[in-house]
Design a binder for this molecule. Structure first.
Ligand SMILES: C[S@@+](CC[C@H](N)C(=O)[O-])C[C@H]1O[C@@H](n2cnc3c(N)ncnc32)[C@H](O)[C@@H]1O
Ligand SMILES: Nc1c(NC[C@H](O)[C@H](O)[C@H](O)CO)[nH]c(=O)[nH]c1=O
Ligand SMILES: N[C@@H](Cc1ccc(O)cc1)C(=O)O
Ligand code: SF4
Length: 492
């Protein structure tokens, strides 16, 4: 049978790790079917459908997907979960320069021009001027946000928010029934853990520090942002390992102490993004300025040690090969053995279109559909200690996202209300799904729609025949349907 091509850029990067094993596909599949713990070699055989030839064998692929779907049914049954959440990114200002990322804007574009220095109002938050990006007016008009009309400077849709602005956005969302806020942000040079950290950075001149007075908008401190978002009983899911590293830069503070202080401010769980590929030879190519894989793990272990739940992710489909993907799964499985704190694993398929990796000609495409299916399936089979595998409609769209729920995934992400990371990279699947959308999609594939809390401990099976369908688990969720659109600013 014809083999299906992959988009793995073979031979273009000088990597030590290559997808070569002394295992056979048949043995690996037999182990996967029996539930025996898989080795890295097993995982590579399954992900490649056999390393003895190029491309993906369509029959073997179906065998792997079937084994993963069966495992999913054994582990979590027929329920498909989703969370009613909101993304509130604080700022797009970031100088870290990851080559896969188009979420960021150079922090210099947020600086206060000398002539505008006095009398500026904090709400002039939306700024920046990178060519090729949509304007603030475009973005905000689409979201029904009247601030756009005031900006009009022809800048991009980049932004920074004050803690007050974050609070207002979260408070409005909670009033609509939302009960999780996910907040991941650029590493703004003025952001620091707390006032003491600001003083240390100011006294020592860095690193990656510039005082808030240099910027049009003061994002406050991480503690202030978390406190601001911790309103009305919402679950605050924030502070990736990379953000935690930024929150201790230039100090000898431990990750434990940073996460403890953030927990006291209201942090409830940690997004395990910034993982990308947890193999340093890949990180050296795609995000050379990020913390290395050992430090990422250390930060995650610290978060777990202070009692925080966390998710884990992989961002795949760029320069890496199948060996790197499985080595990543192996590190996540080991981390879960040590912590038990990982609630879900989230494969994030690289969105290539508007990214530096594509612009520099280092990649020409993201993963193929077959690679996506196998990534989900092998995640389910390899991560025998992580109960939930997420299918991201942001990355895969509705139709393919649903298909992945029959390849090993059991969670269908969240309502999110607004999305910036994928949209800016060229993704096209929108920013919002209502509870009704979820129920219609999940019942259409014969599965059971279940509203969950972030930690999966609270669950509610949603009856598709009940009247209006809306969130019920949140502190202010009363079943009123959740509709699209960002809330209007409160009083200006
Ligand atoms: C944009 S960062 C924001 C938080 C923080 N700056 C950090 O790096 O942890 C969050 C994550 O988005 C994901 N991401 C960024 N650009 C992406 C792209 N083009 N396609 C898929 N995922 C992407 C990466 O996994 C990254 O770690
Ligand atoms: N997969 C994506 C997510 N997933 C995170 C969830 O929305 C939720 O926060 C988590 O499951 C914890 O409850 N979020 C995005 O913004 N984009 C994705 O692609
Ligand atoms: N930052 C990720 C999404 C994400 C957020 C939180 C998580 O716990 C997991 C994944 C993206 O959109 O690319
Ligand atoms: S992935 Fe995060 S750290 Fe890297 S450039 Fe983007 S926002 Fe900055």
């Amino acid at each position: 049978m014809n083999r299906l091509p992959t988009n793995v850029p073979r031979g273009r990067f000088d990597f030590e790790y290559l997808p070569e094993t002394d295992q056979s596909f048949e043995n690996a599949l037999a182990k996967a079917r029996s539930g025996e713990r898989l080795t890295v070699a097993d995982g590579v055989e399954l992900l490649t459908t056999g390393t003895g030839f190029e491309g993906i064998d369509p029959v073997r692929k179906e065998q792997v997907l079937e084994a993963a779907d069966r495992r999913r049914a054994e582990v979590v049954g027929e329920e498909v979960t989703f969370v009613v959440n909101l993304n509130n990114n604080v700022t797009t200002a970031c100088n870290t320069g990851c080559l896969f990322c188009n979420f960021k804007d150079p922090a210099g574009e947020f600086e206060r021009p000398a002539e505008r220095a006095s009398g500026e109002r904090a709400r002039d938050a939306i700024d920046g001027s990178v060519s090729g990006k949509r304007t603030a007016s475009d973005a905000s008009r689409e979201q029904g946000d009247p601030r756009a009309e005031r900006d009009g400077a022809g800048g991009t849709d980049g932004f920074s928010k004050t803690p007050e602005e974050s609070r207002r956005i979260v408070r409005d969302a909670v009033a609509r029934g939302v009960y999780e806020v996910t907040s991941v942000s650029g590493l703004h040079p003025a952001l620091a853990l707390n006032d003491e950290h600001l003083e240390i950075l100011a006294a020592n001149g860095g690193p990656n520090y510039k005082p808030a007075s240099a910027y049009r908008v003061d994002p406050g401190t991480y503690v202030e942002q978390i406190e601001a978002m911790n309103v009305d009983g919402v679950h605050v899911h924030s502070m990736t390992p990379e953000e935690a590293a930024h929150a201790r830069r230039g100090t000898d503070w431990s990750y434990e102490s940073v996460y403890r202080e953030l927990t006291d401010a209201g942090l409830a769980s940690v997004p395990g993004t910034a993982a990308e590929i947890l193999v340093d030879e890949v990180r050296d190519v795609i995000c050379p300025q990020k913390i290395d894989s050992a430090e990422w793990e250390a930060a995650m272990e610290a978060a777990a040690s202070v009692g925080l739940d966390m998710t884990a992710t992989i961002m795949y489909g760029h320069v890496e090969n199948e060996m790197h993907r499985v080595l990543h799964l192996d590190r996540v499985r080991d981390l879960q053995e040590r912590t038990g704190a990982i609630t879900e694993f989230v494969p994030l398929s690289f969105v290539h279109r508007n990214t530096p990796l594509t612009e520099k000609g280092m990649v020409t495409d993201g993963a193929t559909r077959e690679e996506d299916e196998l990534m989900i399936a092998v995640s389910r089979l390899y991560l025998d200690n992580v109960p939930n595998i997420q299918s991201s409609w942001v990355k895969y769209g509705d139709a393919f996202g649903l298909k992945l729920l029959s390849c090993g995934a059991n969670d269908f992400m969240g309502t999110i209300l607004s999305e910036e990371i994928t949209k800016r990279a060229g993704g096209e699947y929108g920013e919002f799904r209502s509870v009704r959308d979820y129920v219609e999609m999940i019942t259409a594939i014969g599965r059971v729609p279940v509203e969950r809390s972030t930690d999966y401990r609270e669950r509610r099976v949603v009856d598709p025949d009940e009247g209006p369908i809306g969130p019920m688990l949140g502190p202010k969720a009363d079943g009123t349907p959740l509709t699209a659109g960002r809330p209007a600013p409160a009083d200006d």
